[in-house]
Structures are given as structure tokens and as C-alpha cells.
Design a protein around this ligand. Sequence first.
Ligand code: AHG
Ligand code: MN
Ligand code: MN
Length: 347
Amino acid sequence: MGKIVTLNEFIVERQKDFPYAKGELSRLLSAIRLAAKVVNREVSKAGLVDILGAFGTENIQGEQQQKLDVYANEKFIAAMRAQGEVCGIASEENDDFVSFDSEFHKNSKYVVMIDPLDGSSNIDVNVSIGTIFSIYRRVSESGPATLEDFLQKGTEQIAAGYVIYGSSAMLVFTTGNGVNGFTLDPSIGVFCLSHPNMKVPKTGVIYSLNEGNYLHFPDGVKQYIKYCQKIDEPTNRPYTARYIGSLVADFHRNLIKGGIYIYPSTASAPKGKLRLLYECNPLAFVVEQAGGMATDGFGRIVEIQPTELHQRTPYFIGSPEMMEKAMQFMKEEGVPSSQEVVAGNDS
Ligand code: AHG
Ligand code: MN
Ligand code: MN
């Protein structure tokens, strides 16, 4: 058996890449690791909740049993609050950002953005779900976090990643020095380095999108889907369609096997569905660090200047050669006139 490297050992070792941070990043990632374990424990018994709930919906402390996405939100926020490193957190589950307004947090240097439970429609059916997170340095001086701290371009991320609660639980993240994946060994409750220096294959045979929305897609995406379905031996086409409906799980599979994930603008959702700050930017940082690409169909996701916390964007992410092809179709076919605003990225 080779040497086991735990997540803790890894982040302590990597801390030397961030001499200015004096252990701050280690403590922050430790908080994420802890909340991830707590959420994983709950996810793994999600099917039991109804059985247990038959005795009443309150737990032993008299608290209401909570939906898993609210539960995950609370656990991640609590873990962040308990550390002195974070002055605020923006979450899919909160309309406004949460500011940690106390003496303990007033000089904290970081803000976190989070989708605490991604793929929530899959909770009840035992399909993989996840958590997505993104960490920035605050831009305000001190005191409670301000909106400007959160409205930073993805290029400013100092760390980002995701947890996948799948057949095993994994934490995958980057601090800008490549991407590393850690698998939870449930027998000892420790994340161990299982996927060092992850690289996305340059090309693949998987395309992932919700094809039920086909008629509402931009022409460029329709043409790209036709391209994927065409028979062409040298390029291994037709490609394979795979769509789980949990962004984290679809992304994770494509990162390992090679592929492209698309959630484009649609007629009913002209800005797409996915959120820029806590879904698209963090995975964009990860994929770029793994040698892949993430765009809104035209330009890099991480270069979009956010104007709102819950801003949406069309999303294309995956293997670089597949991305180039899809973007070529977007460029050539353009978008229907009703979607021109999206193409200009005008939010
Ligand atoms: P969330 O559960 O955080 O709201 O995110 C769901 C997202 C994403 O995970 C997934 O890829 C997408 O919604 C699926 O949307 P459709 O059902 O429209 O395909
Ligand atoms: Mn989500
Ligand atoms: Mn969510």
C-alpha cells in the first residue's frame, strides 16, 4: 500500500504556497471539510428521514426536521462562522448575503459563496448531489462584509471546489495550483488524496444537457447537438448523451471522462438557469485549472463582472476541444434575436 495523504496533511503542505495567508486558507478549507462530512452523514440516511419522521417531524432536541438543502446551508454557514477567517457568506438559500457582524469577525479577510446542496431534485431518489463553494479575499477594509466583497469576477477566486455525495463522497478543489480530489474513507471519517493533479481529457464522447428543452435552445446549441449525433468514426461520433440533473455530478463525470456540459439560454430562461457566483464561477476555476474551458457560449465565465448575487448565466463547460467546437457553432449560428441580450452578456 502506498502512502496515504490525508486532506489535512495536504492543505498544511500547500499552505506554504500562500505565505501571506498564515494558515488562514488551511482553517477555511478545514471548515468546509468538516461541514461536508456532517452533510454527507445526513445525505447518506436521507431515505430514512421519512421512516424516522413517522414518529413526528421533530428531532430529539425538539427541532423541526429540515429539508436537506436548508440543513446543508445551516451547517456550512455555522462552520464558516465558527472560524475567524470569513466575514460573510452568500448562499443560494439566502436572498441576501449573511454578514458576520462581530468583534471576532471584523478583521476576517475572506468571503465565501456557496450552493450548499446542488441537485436537490435528486435527493429523494438516491442520485448523486453536491455542494459548490468559492472563496475570495474581501475588497472592503474591515467590519461586516459588503455587497462589493461578493460581486467580484471569478478571476479573483483564491480557492474553489465542490463536494460530491455519490457512491462515495469526494471533495475536489483548487487554490490555483492544479486540481486535487479527496475521497472520504467512511471507516475512519477522513478525506484521503485519491485523484492528485486532475486533468480533464482534451476531448471526450459525452455531451450533457437537458435535451427536453431542445426547441427553446439557441440555434448554435441545436446545431452542436446535431453535430454530436452525427456518425463520424475518426471523431468517435455519435457521442453519448449523459445528463444527471445535478450539475456537480454531471461536471465531475465529464472532468474525469472528458465531455461537455451545457445549460444554455432558453426561450423561457433567457439568461440560462445556473447562477454565476456559486455554481458557474467555482467550477470554471476548477475546469480551467484542469486544462478545460468554461464560457457563456462566447466568452470566459470568470471574466463576467457580476452585478447581482443571484445572477444567472448560460453555461458551457468541459473538455477544451469540445468547448471550441460548441463555441464555433454559437459564433456561426448566432442566437435568435430574442436572445441577443444574453449573447452580449448584458445583465
Ligand atoms: P439546485 O439544486 O442547486 O437548485 O441546482 C439545480 C441545477 C443543477 O444542479 C442542474 O444541473 C440543473 O439545475 C438541472 O436543471 P433542469 O432540471 O432544468 O435540467
Ligand atoms: Mn445548484
Ligand atoms: Mn442548491
